[in-house]
Design a protein around this ligand. Sequence first.
Ligand code: F6P
Length: 359
Amino acid sequence: MKTIGIMTTGGDCSGLNTVINRIVRGAHLRGWRVLGIQDGTDGLFTTPPSFIEFSDDTLPIENARLSGSFLHNGHAGAMNFETAAADGKLDKFNKRLKESLKSLKLDALILVGGNGSISLAWAHHDIYAHLQLICIPKTIDLDIPMTDRTIGFNTAVQQLTSFCDQLMLTARSHHRWFVVQTMGRDCGQLALNAGVAIGAAAILIPEIKFSIESLVSHIKNMPTDYGIILVSEGVSLRGHSGRPADIISRRLTAAGITNRTAFPEHTQRAGDTTASDRILATRMADCALRAIENNETYVMTAVNNCECKTIGLSEFYNAGDVVADPNIPDLKTSNSYVSPDDPLLDVAHDMGIYIGEVK
Ligand code: F6P
């Protein structure tokens, strides 16, 4: 009988509970034990490690649609890869993680994480040398190389779409524009997808240069006197500091365009998991369990061209844009962004959405 572990790390998103539920279900059907490590790597750094053993009803099916992680994602002040690196204690941290995993006698660990967690797992892969490491990509940012889809992204797009749908009605009543700042870090996928879904007037993302003058003239030439301008949080304006939505709002006001700002913030990481994300979570859980049966290790589940399969962590890492952590240069993550060839950019442009200066 195998014993496998599950761990959720990094920021939460909707879909984590579905993937946990499906891993437990598939593993129990195979006669395997499943341990859930609590609070990500925090649970491994404590002595003894903090974990639970799943029974069939620990995370019942009716709760599998809820956002957040039943296993939690970690404490802000705890020792983790970043704080350990910053304090020069990375070796001690890695040693403790390895010892804890050994003490749990795991045959395999399924790590559900974002590009940061998966990059760190690969960079420190010796920690997992005695077991099979299978990663599952989750994030609302859709910034993980080598996979077209990540758990949580579809729900985040839906949440943002619903938020903007409500604003559109008050915008119309008051003949005003809303400048909505989205999450996404340095990647514009969330803003781009939600912007197309709502029929935004403009979508500003970090990957594409834009000019305020063009934005102003675009808004002034719109057939309506209301609507939504989506601004991704990673957008920066030369010579300005502060939240990009605030800066753009001020510039629009100065140009005589009546507007307000709105910040959906962490509602983008919440909300009942969409059917699409639940199906994705189920496919990825199944793929991860099969990978364990096939004796694979150091792999990540990925969906490309509708096919779900595993890819090597080295492939994942080398395919992306490897960037050093701004605060801790020793830590490097592999990232993906909106490509200039992304077909949604053409669609947005053809539909009269201002997306910047490239088209
Ligand atoms: O990576 C997910 C994400 O939600 C980003 O879109 C956002 O910039 C960040 O995490 C927010 O993190 P926190 O919840 O720590 O403020």
